[in-house]
Write a protein that binds this ligand. Structure first.
Ligand code: BGC
Length: 381
């Protein structure tokens, strides 16, 4: 890095360090600007994080949403690689979780019901017969407290949210903290913790839609993907796991070697038919539960951009944007058509509360939920 860029990057970090939501000058500072007001009158703020390499990420405290993420291609050209919208109102009403945190329970819970310690809990069914992504007003639709971290050497924002006991039907008051860091290795790192005052279920994930060629620049079918997983969790027609951990070998789910997402997505296959394409959870080959593991690698041949996902979670939902259908106009007026973005959502397996053989997602008082997920960007020649 040249000297001027180093000084500039330093300045960015320093300015970020000055602006806490509660600190003086918050509203005026260019690193922390208003992103409008929600329909119910809550002020929303946008933060800009810039690292030493010039990579840049914008986030807001509504849904802790990643608004943009600009990373270089093999020639050093930056492009925004996440789908999104220009207006807060669009995030409130029409996006399918673009860039958002998803919780308290990401993914599906069958028929919106689970039993914990002998008590049955009922959730809203917002996805056919099932509950999806934390309910009618999940973590993606609430305003989080946010502050730029003053202590971090790399630009970082801390988000906190206190989810009430009974919110969206889940038991226990859940205190959630997430730190988003844009590291100097061009990584978007998320560190999650949560504690509860009653036994509850927790499965928090991140829902950015990536397109490494640049958001809005065509579909993602040419991206080459590798998933470090020998098994996946097959689903029924409503996308609820059957409970089986099925080997990927000899199925279109086998991404143990790099292959274009589009190579088999339209094959005749019951699982692909149920998902309308890939919309499944892979069981990550983890040496030890909770160990940070390289889970996925995706390369986009034209730009040379590479995304690696590392996580402490046991599973990853790979969703290839099957429900995008051109009805959403995103950033800069670009229309997001079928499969214009893909999600990689590190998580516990879908419907875990109803499957005793899946890794447990129960959190009890005195325990701390922890997750680290890293979206690492680089390039190949
Ligand atoms: C789910 C999809 C769903 C999408 C947007 C993904 O996590 O697996 O089925 O359509 O989120 O809601």
């Amino acid at each position: 890095m040249n000297g001027k860029r180093a000084v500039l990057a330093g300045l960015m970090v320093a300015r970020l360090g000055l602006v806490g939501c509660s600190g003086p000058g918050t509203k005026e500072d260019s690193m922390n600007k208003s992103f409008g007001t929600t329909k119910d009158g809550q002020a929303v703020e946008r933060f800009t994080l810039k690292n030493k390499n010039g990579a840049e990420m914008q986030v807001m405290n509504f849904g802790a949403i990643v608004l943009s993420l600009k990373v270089p291609d093999r020639h050093g050209q930056l492009a925004d690689v996440v789908l999104g919208c220009d207006q807060l109102s669009d995030y409130e009403t029409k996006t399918p979780y673009f860039g958002a945190v998803v919780g308290r329970y990401g993914n599906r819970i069958a028929k919106g019901q689970f039993t914990l310690d002998g008590q049955t809990y009922t959730l809203a069914t917002n996805n056919g017969p099932n509950a999806l992504h934390g309910g009618l007003k999940g973590f993606d639709k609430v305003v989080w407290k946010a502050k730029a971290l003053q202590t971090s050497a790399e630009p970082a924002v801390e988000f906190t949210y206190a989810s009430k006991d009974g919110e969206e039907g889940y038991p226990g008051k859940l205190a959630v903290k997430m730190v988003y860091t844009l590291t100097d290795k061009n990584e978007f790192k998320i560190q999650y913790t949560a504690t509860t005052d009653k036994p509850t279920v927790v499965n928090i994930t991140h829902h950015s839609y990536f397109n490494l060629a640049g958001a809005g620049h065509g579909d993602i079918l040419g991206h080459e993907m590798m998933i470090n997983a020998d098994r996946f969790t097959p689903v029924d027609v409503t996308l609820i796991p059957t409970g089986e951990l099925r080997p990927v070998k000899d199925t279109p789910m086998d991404f143990t070697k790099p292959l274009a997402i589009g190579a088999r997505v339209n094959q005749t296959d019951e699982q692909l038919k149920f998902g309308g394409g890939y919309d499944h959870n892979w069981v990550i080959n983890q040496k030890q539960a909770g160990e940070l593991t390289a889970a996925v690698r995706v390369a986009e041949p034209k730009s040379g951009r590479v995304l690696e996902v590392l996580t402490t979670e046991p599973g990853v939902q790979f969703y290839c944007g099957n429900f995008l259908d051109g009805t959403i106009t995103g950033k800069g007026g670009q229309v997001y058509k079928h499969r214009y973005g893909f999600c990689l959502e590190p998580q516990h397996f879908p419907d875990s509360p109803n499957h005793a053989n899946f890794p447990a997602c129960v959190l009890r008082p005195g325990q701390t939920y922890q997750q680290t997920t890293i979206y690492r960007f680089s390039t190949v020649k």
